[in-house]
Design a protein around this ligand. Structure first.
Ligand code: SAH
Ligand code: SF4
Ligand code: F3S
Length: 439
């Protein structure tokens, strides 16, 4: 039988990246080998995102680019999945008639079946039902050859309903996986040489709350810490309102837990935070940051910020700027507010003009760039533990790895170092990376 090839176009967050890995693993069992070239593929899967309007536009423009391959290869099958697929359902066919099937976020497990039906009958299919227990939760995706770091999903969905956000509608309610399944998967990953795991969920610190008799997130971290072969533990994303004292203490107590937390603050104005339904005040947030730094002085703190949320005045925006000056995050992902259909914020009055949002975003980003560079400069001359990942993007003779604080370090070295923990002296700091030397 002729080899069949699968190309996956992935958009969106780490959750989607991980889902794509599961899709590849499933389809491999049905005889589809992965390829990096869409022109070579017999099956193309879109794993889409709907978080902001731009993410949707990106998916459709990539789809437009891919459609020319269908002209050349009429048997090519195109599947449209992920959060945007969950949102649009069968409407995807109206926007892109060349798509063969649509699958939502809870239906990854149905992929082989759907592809088989399309191969046979060439009929259009849509599967966007939600399930009480996520059927794809335990699909094992073997890590790529040579990789040292992996995501492990510990929970799915979200119950928070932040006013701007579509995720609870598109990923369904919060569901935690059992600790047994999680540990089993991590042990299996160590057999492939994985040394670092990132525990993944929309709101990892409410892990366990949705199932009776489960352990909490801090206890889960300690359990993961006992797995032989795992040297580093990370997690993402945590919600400030659920960041417990017990979890903060893990940064001192659990040696394998890396000194980095991504803790999205979204705004520095209490008025805006309330409108966003975030469930904490700026003062609460500052207190949590102070506690984190008390318990773990080396901790790196990164965040997400939205500018131009409805009714955000110049004063509210300035409060965000002031807060950033007080906290000095290691880095920040910042976004212009993007209106999403069906969310609570869509109904709010007082929308901010696009040009004004852009002005606020640019000013905030250039200020944060200065802070990020200052933070990185503080590491010059220090020695950092690095988990070596791969050859550097910049130069064939360089390797790259990450510090425990999640910063990229490039250094002279050969490929044999991949997967090893090394000590590097930081010789130079830049905005997006560090330069180091190993002995
Ligand atoms: N569950 C995570 C990540 C959610 S999406 C969390 O709660 O932090 C990642 C980021 O996208 C969010 O933190 C937020 O800053 C941003 N975001 C979400 N919806 C948005 C919208 N409608 N417009 C602009 N940014 C948005
Ligand atoms: Fe969206 Fe809020 Fe849930 Fe994060 S916590 S996924 S921002 S609703
Ligand atoms: Fe996008 Fe869905 Fe993730 S909307 S950010 S891919 S959860």
């Amino acid at each position: 039988m002729k080899n069949k090839y699968l190309y996956i176009a992935t958009f969106g967050c780490q959750m989607n990246v991980h889902d794509s890995e599961q899709m590849a693993a499933l389809m491999k069992e049905s005889g589809y080998q992965p390829t990096e070239y869409p022109g070579k593929a017999d099956l193309i899967l879109f794993n889409t995102c709907s978080i902001r309007e731009k993410a949707e536009q990106k998916a459709f423009s990539e789809l437009g680019r891919i459609l020319r391959f269908k002209k050349r290869h009429p048997k090519l099958i195109i599947g449209f999945g992920g959060c945007l697929a969950q949102h649009l359902g069968a409407h995807v066919f109206h926007r892109a008639g060349e798509v063969d099937f649509v699958f939502g976020t809870h239906n990854i497990h149905l992929l082989p079946e759907m592809v088989a039906v399309v191969e046979k009958n060439r009929q259009r299919i849509t599967q966007t039902d939600f399930h009480k227990i996520l059927p794809s939760a335990n699909i094992f995706a073997p890590p790529q050859k040579g990789s040292v770091s992996c995501f492990v999903t510990i929970m799915q969905g979200c119950n928070n309903f932040c006013a701007y956000c579509v995720v609870p509608y598109l990923r369904g309610p919060e569901m935690s996986r059992t600790p047994q399944k999680i540990i089993e998967e991590i042990k299996r990953l160590t057999d492939y040489g994985i040394k670092e795991v990132t525990l993944l969920g929309q709101n990892v610190n409410s892990y366990g709350k949705t199932q009776e008799g489960q352990i909490n997130f801090a206890a889960l971290i300690k359990k993961v810490g006992q797995v032989d072969g795992i040297e580093r533990i990370r997690f993402t994303t945590s919600h400030p309102k659920d960041l417990s004292e017990e979890l903060i203490n893990c940064f001192a107590e659990e040696k394998k837990l890396c000194e980095h937390i991504h803790l999205p603050v979204q705004s520095g104005s209490n008025k805006v935070l309330e409108l966003m339904n975030r469930g904490y005040t700026v003062e609460d947030y500052l207190e949590k940051v102070a506690r984190l730094r008390q318990v773990c002085p080396r901790i790196s703190i990164t965040s997400d910020i939205i500018v131009g949320f409805p009714q955000e005045s110049e004063k509210d925006y300035q409060e965000t700027i002031d807060m950033m000056g007080k906290i000095r995050f290691d880095s920040v992902f910042s976004f212009k507010y993007s209106e999403r259909k069906g969310t609570a914020a869509q109904k709010l009055e007082g929308k901010v003009e696009e040009a004004e949002k852009l002005r606020r975003l640019k000013a905030l980003q250039s200020m944060q760039d200065e802070y990020t560079l200052q933070k990185n400069k503080q590491l010059e001359g220090s020695t950092q533990e690095i988990l070596v990942e791969a050859t550097s993007k910049n130069s064939e003779s360089d390797m790259m790895g990450r510090t425990r604080s999640w910063k990229i370090v490039n250094f002279k070295g050969n490929h044999a170092l991949a997967g090893m923990l090394v000590e590097a002296k930081i010789t130079r700091a830049y905005l997006h990376s560090l330069r180091g030397e190993i002995n």
